[in-house]
Write a protein that binds this ligand. Structure first.
Ligand SMILES: [Zn+2]
Length: 510
């Protein structure tokens, strides 16, 4: 048993949530659910990054205040995540002056005290789309922002700088070996090498505030009423403000005594790998343990964009399946190994739904249960599991190592093995005693398939288990539910005697 703190990046609610948000939340959720199922104590936090000029401008365009805009948009994110079955324990909002701001302002003061902040006049290249200063290195060959395809403007202003250049050696140590006994794991390894290459080029100091005249919507800098905090100090701090850090209700157990995993996208990897540990170091807070970095999602092989017209809207996918989030959760987990870029294609989505969920798993369950119910529905002796090619140990090793798509493929493999076993043994042609044995063995294999599906497609896993009549089925979605040794054993569920009523698990696509 260990303590786990899992976070995702906080979302920018200037517009509706998109597939990139969904990919990340599903990944974080699968990880959090797996930790709970193996018996860890878990805290899973998501949230929204609500400040900055982009929000302020969007609000201005609509003739409302930034606060009104975020108060309207944030519930849209929460509602989507609830419908996707994202099992977060806490939702943090950076506009929350009671919960978030005290920690951020205290952290700022600590960095100032440590001599890590300096006010300077700064002239730089600012991309208003990205809301950040860019270095020449960030620009493409034509000198344009690679995200916005236009040149950044030259801007001169007073900024506080975070003196990260001083930490170059420390950060190199952190990424290569250890930093005061702590080390930072970056998954996949290729991202760690990219980050290290940045350190080797030499780190620059980071703009940590902007004049209030150009950034009004944000956390005020303590002791300098002309300055507003810029995104890094404000947003990154959400991971500890949610724990009440530096306040009288601080709970350090999910940081100091926990394994801290930040699930993030590759575009913000370097800020998490460099700025964040450096900030924590100089405010006497433990370095997180690992970064789990996902890639980007394209649509039909191309970058999603309004102009290409290939934007996939999460709600369209949910609607197609009557609100059932599992086909989408299944697709993302099955098709995109952690760390890789992935593609959303309707054709592939429908193929996978038909072949794996509906046929391999759904039809199998139905066939087995219909035959078992015809025999009276009482389970007989459970036979030899050697027809199942993968073992629970392989599955749990994959899950522990974040090879999540491999783990999901093992769950599906159990169903494929069952289908092959039916074809080999032809239970309908056997005498009654043998028939009951084969069908009971298949039902037991399906119980294991459902357990392996549980982190990925929780509702489906429960519905399979309810139909099978497994005694723990109604508890499976509780956060306290743990996969016990008895559950993992083939034939280990001694209190399970009778199967339930079969019903169609996945409807055909219309
Ligand atoms: Zn830009």
């Amino acid at each position: 048993m260990s303590r786990q703190y899992v976070t995702t990046a906080i979302d920018y609610p200037n517009a509706a949530p998109h597939m990139g948000h969904v990919l990340e939340k599903v990944l974080g959720d699968v990880v959090a659910r797996w930790f709970r199922l193996r018996g860890d104590t878990v805290r899973f936090q998501i949230g929204t990054d609500e400040h900055g000029t982009k929000i302020a401008r969007a609000a201005e365009d609509e003739g409302i205040s930034p606060k009104e805009l975020v108060d309207r948009n944030v519930p849209i994110f929460k509602d989507l995540y609830d419908r996707l079955n994202i099992s977060y324990d806490h939702f943090i909002r950076t506009s929350d002056q009671q919960e978030h701001w005290p920690t951020v302002q205290e952290l700022w003061k600590r960095l100032e005290k440590a001599g890590m902040l300096e006010k300077r006049s700064y002239t730089g290249l600012y991309c208003s789309g990205c809301e950040r200063f860019m270095t020449k290195r960030d620009l493409d060959e034509e000198g344009n922002c690679p995200n916005h395809k236009k040149p950044p403007e030259e801007v001169t202003e007073e900024n506080y700088f975070f003196l990260m250049s001083r930490d170059t050696d420390n950060l190199k140590n952190l990424l290569t070996k250890e930093w005061d006994g702590e080390s930072y794991r970056i998954i996949p390894k290729s991202r760690a090498q990219e980050t290290l290459a940045l350190v080797d080029q030499g780190l620059e100091d980071v703009s940590f505030s902007r004049p209030k005249s150009s950034l009004t919507w944000g956390v005020p800098v303590p002791g300098d009423s002309d300055q507003t905090m810029y995104v890094w100090c404000d947003a990154l701090t959400n991971y500890i403000s949610g724990l009440g850090y530096f306040t009288d209700h601080e709970d350090t157990t999910f940081w100091d005594d926990a394994n801290v995993t930040h699930v993030i996208g590759k575009d913000i990897a370097r800020f998490h790998a460099l700025i964040w540990p450096s900030m924590l170091k100089h405010s006497d807070v433990k370095t997180p343990d690992q970064l789990l970095i996902h890639g980007f999602l394209t649509s039909e092989g191309e970058k999603m964009s309004k102009s290409t017209g290939n934007v996939v809207v999460p709600d369209d996918i949910l609607e197609k399946f009557g609100g059932n989030p599992d086909p989408l959760r299944f697709y993302l987990s099955h098709e995109i190994p952690v760390g890789n870029d992935g593609d959303f294609s309707w054709k592939r989505f429908e193929e996978l739904y038909d072949a794996k969920l509906r046929n391999e798993i759904g039809n199998l369950l139905n066939r087995v249960l219909v035959m078992l119910v015809k025999e009276g529905g009482i389970l007989g002796d459970i036979g030899d599991p050697s027809f199942i090619t993968a073992k629970y140990e392989d599955y749990s090793a994959d899950m522990d190592s974040f090879r999540l798509s491999d783990g999901l493929q093992i769950a599906v493999q159990i169903a494929s093995d069952c289908n092959k076993y039916i074809d080999d043994r032809k239970p309908w042609a056997l005498d009654d005693a043998e028939k009951l044995g084969v069908l009971s063995t298949l039902a037991e294999a399906l119980r294991h398939c459902a357990l392996a599906l549980l982190p990925f497609t929780p509702d489906t896993a429960q519905r399979i288990s309810v139909q099978l009549g497994v005694p723990y089925a109604d508890r499976m979605l509780d956060k306290e539910f743990v996969i016990t040794k008895e559950m993992r054993q083939f034939g280990g569920q001694k209190d399970w005697k009778k199967v339930g009523e079969p019903s169609i698990l996945f409807a055909p696509l219309s």
